[in-house]
Design a protein around this ligand. Structure first.
Ligand code: ATR
Length: 284
């Protein structure tokens, strides 16, 4: 990749950022297509986010990703928010549109794409269990509800948070039955087997940790947003019981593909970002 005087800049802002695989997969796709962009990581602390955003605007960057812990706090710093990102309350992709910063959420559609591609999951009429009630759960619920699921149960360590969470979405998706629960539901094999899909949106598993009481029935289908070199205990337990479970690499690649399209106006080569991610993981 040759950087010239007319190369446009894309970036990712996070804290920490050193672990991010986005620069690798975005630059690979830019290079294959020969597009005049370069993608750069920036470690930005929460206190510095407003000045960093103002700086990116002064510098005229073409667009950027925001990741943990900035996905919510970036929202009031932008000029316009896409309606679905507004409803989710989080932005992961920003495009510079003639000096105006427009925020999008590509995590939600990336999650749906990954569900279809990796688990052949069709959301219409499905009954889903979402574990967790934070920002990642909001993106999952928005994506699934907009895609036509019939019902969702939100199970969270702090059940009150799950209840508030469902209450916040009820008016937007009146056709979706919503229930809340605590994590004791995970120990109930019969209840678990009534769901067409389980989604873990919590960070449990990131450090190899497991849910305290989890009784996977056979034939469960599950998506774990956590990703790492090894399958999480959640994914492993479901596979051991005979079910299907995948981790979040597909979502990471798919949100990146959608962001790339927003910035450059063209789709990256199909499957390239996922391939780059898997190569990086295997080499780690
Ligand atoms: P994110 O934006 O990544 O979803 P978040 O908004 O901080 O992050 O939400 C984290 C979610 O993971 C919450 O649902 C949290 O449960 P609580 O609301 O009870 O805190 C869940 N979580 C984090 N650590 C957990 C653990 N060790 N066991 C169970 N749930 C956990």
């Amino acid at each position: 990749m040759t950087v010239t005087g007319s190369t446009k800049v894309l970036a990712i802002l996070g804290h920490p950022i050193g672990h991010s695989l986005s620069p690798l997969m975005q630059n690979a796709a830019l290079e294959v297509l020969g597009l005049p962009f370069v993608f750069i990581p920036f470690a930005v602390s929460p206190d510095d986010l407003p000045t960093a955003i103002a700086g990116l605007k002064s510098l005229g960057v073409a667009g950027f990703n925001v990741t943990v812990p900035h996905k919510k706090s970036v929202v009031p710093l932008l000029d316009e928010i896409d309606p679905s990102a507004r409803m989710i309350g989080a932005v992961n992709t920003v495009k510079n549109d003639n000096g105006r910063f427009i925020g999008y959420n590509t995590d939600a559609p990336g999650f749906l794409q990954s569900l279809r591609e990796e688990l052949s999951f069709q959301p219409q009429g499905a009954s889903v269990l979402i574990i967790g009630a934070g920002g990642a759960a909001r993106a999952a619920l928005h994506a699934l509800a907009a895609a036509g699921i019939k019902s969702v149960t939100v199970a969270n360590r702090a059940e009150m948070r799950a209840r508030v969470f469902c209450g916040n979405f009820k008016d937007s998706f009146p056709n979706v039955d919503m229930e809340s629960s605590d994590l004791s539901l995970l120990a109930n094999e019969a209840s678990l087997s009534s769901f067409d899909l389980l989604v873990n949106t919590t960070s449990v598993g990131l450090d190899g940790s497991a849910f305290t009481h989890f009784a996977p029935a056979s034939s469960l289908v599950a998506y774990d947003m956590v990703y790492g070199v090894k399958p999480t205990p959640f994914v492993q337990a479901i596979r051991n019981a005979g079910g299907s479970a995948v981790n979040g690499y597909g979502m990471l690649a798919a949100q990146g593909e959608k962001a790339f399209h927003i910035w450059t106006g063209v789709a990256p080569p199909a499957g390239l970002m996922k391939k780059i991610l898997m190569e990086a993981v295997c080499a780690a």
